[in-house]
Design a protein around this ligand. Structure first.
Ligand SMILES: Cc1ncc(C[n+]2csc(CCOP(=O)(O)OP(=O)(O)O)c2C)c(N)n1
Length: 727
């Protein structure tokens, strides 16, 4: 472990008399009580695990001083907290009870953090503003940043926080004070993750009130600090980030920890910028109960750590300073032991969740995007010109931003101009996205509602999640579907899961707009990808993919107004096509999710598709009707998750023959699922096998000749229709 100045007197705790922020006698006793409570709760969980009454254990042992200090320096239910799994002690200090924590450990129905869904030590409390974490290391750093941005936004736009009936705002209470601070913690090993650095970028640039606490116990499971941190000291690496307050301390010293935390929190609360407190702590109980550190650490190192154990050090210190005598310490410890025992007794008797709870809070129970309120007819408007999909998406964003001040838009190059002086002076026109879908938004709504993100996709989605948790409605853009992968962790392990894993305690309804797909003539591998089935395979997130301008504006409006996270896949080849242009249908036109559209009714066979294959299939259907009289029913799904099974079933019962067609690769794709379900549930209605038309199982090549062969073309659809009709 790196040597720090405070370690020179490693075993001695900083004297109370020398402290700049002296704690009262009662506060010191409470400090010790919380530390001891945390340790004994870990000890109890270890016993329960050995008795097989719980199924996992990861402890806070050795981190208690730093974390109780953090809890005492901050305001529960006022500040916001993004803790990680080591953070039992701060959660107890904020007001989480031992019983609540043990209810999670046993997986009880009444586990208030997750309803039996998350492992122990995955804290969550709406009342205390402790936001449900995942087990993924470092993702929470971006949520904390987004949460801080949202607090600032609401303090500058207080009217945006108002309740509003009819959309997600009806169900999303906003709390803000203007000077709240956001806590986020992380182990030193996890600082290797890009998301940590992506968050420092934005916290620093935005001077955001985020207190980072790096809990440096020297190991990430068995991997020592120097593997994750060049030079072995994270403080040295981050020291040049502008606007930060930094402190490096012995995190096993409660007084030094408290001082550092108070200073850091004061700095953030005053609006000066973010802070990072790097606390050197110990890890006396191995990584978790599934790990035995004696396999990779010599006994001498473990013994040296033991001398720094914060519990025994603080106990000695209280005695030495004359704050508690031995009897008083014994009494306090007995009371804590009784409290833990009683909580454990109740937890092991708690009722367990029933299978009917499994799907609860996967999506919003309050307002689904399938709701009838989203079914409307296009309104007559003065402008009767036919507009492109790109135009109408842009109109929708403007309409909704005028209507709802909680909407913010950010992503790579989506702003008109980051340096906005020339824009305001009318000297430049502005960019507004590489496809121009967000053109004019910054000019109309200002730079605090529309801005360019750093070139970092996880940064975009992670911050949006933190904002949405607080009640903002981010409508963010991933520049190309091909580059969505750095955000995959945030999309799959965070966005889709916040509501379910917190059993409805938190939610993050937001929209991720993603230009997708090929047929670009030269788009090549990295500008032509599809891959929607990877996301439809992720429960908790809604996926839509319009094929024309009217559906795009209607579905996007529903995506924005509904209470679920939505991935809005925009086929870039369709942005400016002649096919599917439409007259602007007014500022309230919505389409409910899960409703397919019959593009062409027919009686001989059904083609189920979506996106850019819709116009190609229509072309093939019209031709085969002209050529051979084969009458194809063409269904545009529009919404991929949920999808309209009733429309599919009704059509297949009528035509008895079906092709599922899509642009994405054939194997393991969206069509495989539909084909399987049709074969399973509609077997007796079929006169022929279910056919698929899709791209080859390969990426899209640059040379147009190859691209044409790789992607499904009208001729491929024609041939499949012809074959199936003849079967
Ligand atoms: C993204 C990710 N990769 C791997 C893991 C598995 N894992 C869980 S904890 C951990 C070590 C974390 O070490 P550190 O950040 O130092 O925190 P500590 O556990 O020591 O407090 C690893 C590798 C994970 N949870 N998430």
């Amino acid at each position: 472990m790196a040597k720090v100045a405070t370690e020179k007197n490693a075993v001695a705790i900083k004297s109370r008399a020398n402290s700049e922020y002296p704690l009262t006698r009662d506060q010191l006793v409470e400090f010790y009580r919380l530390m001891y409570l945390s340790r004994r709760t870990d000890d109890r969980e270890i016993v329960l695990k050995r008795q097989q009454k719980i199924f996992f254990q990861v402890s806070c042992a050795g981190h208690e001083a730093l974390l109780v200090a953090a809890g005492m320096a901050m305001r529960p239910g006022y500040d916001w907290f993004f803790p990680y799994y080591r953070d039992r002690a701060i959660c107890l200090a904020l007001g989480n009870t031992v019983e609540e924590q043990l209810l999670q450990a046993v997986g009880a129905a009444d586990d208030p953090a997750s309803g039996g869904r998350q492992m122990p030590s995955h804290w969550s409390s709406r009342k205390l503003n402790i936001v449900s974490p995942s087990s993924s290391t470092a993702t929470q750093c971006l949520h904390a940043v987004g949460c801080a941005e949202a607090g600032r936004y609401f303090s500058r736009h207080p009217e945006a926080a108002a309740k509003h009936d009819g959309d997600y705002r009806e169900f999303k209470d906003v709390k803000f004070h203007g000077d709240e601070v956001v806590y986020v913690s992380i182990g030193e090993g996890s600082t290797s993750q890009g998301e940590f650095w992506e968050s420092l970028n934005t916290a620093s640039n935005g001077k955001l009130p985020v207190v980072y606490v790096v809990e440096d116990n020297g190991y990430a499971i068995s991997t020592p600090v120097e593997v994750n941190t060049p030079g072995g000291n994270i403080s040295r690496l981050v020291a040049n980030f502008p606007n930060f307050h930094f402190a490096e301390i012995d995190g096993t010293d409660p007084i030094a920890s408290y001082e550092a935390m108070v200073e850091a929190v004061e700095y953030c609360r005053a609006g000066k910028g973010p802070a990072l407190v790097h606390g050197h702590v110990i890890r006396p109980y191995s990584h978790s109960l599934s790990d035995d550190e004696r396999l990779y650490r010599p006994a001498s190192e473990i013994e040296a750590d033991a001398l720094r154990d914060p519990i025994s050090r603080m106990q000695m210190w209280l005695l030495r300073e004359g704050i508690l005598d031995a009897d008083a310490i014994n009494r306090l410890e007995r009371q804590v032991d009784d409290e833990v025992q009683r909580a454990a007794d109740r937890a092991v008797m708690a009722k367990l969740p029933t299978p009917d709870s499994i799907l609860r809070n996967l999506y919003s129970d309050d307002l689904t995007p399938m709701d009838a309120r989203f079914a409307s007819k296009p309104a007559a408007t003065a402008d009767t010109s036919e507009r492109t999909m790109a135009d109408l998406i842009n109109c929708c964003l403007k309409d909704e931003m005028r209507r709802d001040e909680r909407i913010v838009v950010f992503g790579e190059d989506v702003a008109d101009a980051t340096r906005d002086e020339p824009l305001r002076q009318g000297k430049v026109k502005g960019k507004g996205g590489v496809f121009k879908l967000t053109a004019g938004l910054q000019a109309e709504f200002g730079s605090d509602r529309v801005w360019n993100s750093p070139l970092a996709e996880a940064n975009i989605v992670g911050r949006a999640i933190g904002m949405a948790v607080r009640g903002l409605k981010p409508v963010v853009e991933i520049q190309f579907f091909d580059y969505i992968w750095p955000a995959m962790h945030q999309l799959r392990n965070e966005l889709a899961l916040v509501r379910w894993r917190s059993n409805g305690g938190f939610s993050c309804p937001l929209v991720v707009r993603v230009p997708i797909g090929g047929y670009l003539t030269g788009g090549s591998i990295y500008h032509s990808q599809s891959g929607e089935s990877i996301f439809t395979h992720t429960p908790g997130v809604r996926i839509v993919m319009p094929s024309n301008a009217l559906d795009a504006i209607g579905l996007l409006r529903t995506a924005i107004r509904c209470d679920d996270p939505v991935m809005f896949l925009e086929h870039k080849r369709l942005y400016r096509e002649t096919y599917g242009r439409a007259v602007y249908p007014g500022p309230d036109y919505c389409i409910p999710f899960g409703k397919a559209k019959i593009v062409r009714p027919g009686k001989d066979l059904t083609v189920i598709t979506y996106g850019a294959v819709v116009p190609r299939a229509l072309q093939a259907a019209q031709k085969i009707h002209r050529d051979k009289g084969i009458d194809v029913e063409l269904i545009d799904l529009r919404s991929l998750s949920p999808y309209d099974w009733e429309a599919i079933a009704e059509s297949v019962r009528k035509t008895n023959r079906v092709i599922v067609a899509h642009e994405d690769m054939r194997s393991w794709g969206y069509g495989a699922e539909l084909a399987a379900r049709i074969s399973d549930e509609l077997f007796h209605d079929l006169d022929a096998p279910v056919r698929r038309v899709a791209s080859m199982d390969v990426f899209v090549a640059y040379q147009p000749l190859l691209e044409d062969v790789i992607l499904p073309q009208p001729d491929d659809l024609y041939k499949a229709m012809d074959d199936l009709a003849a079967f």
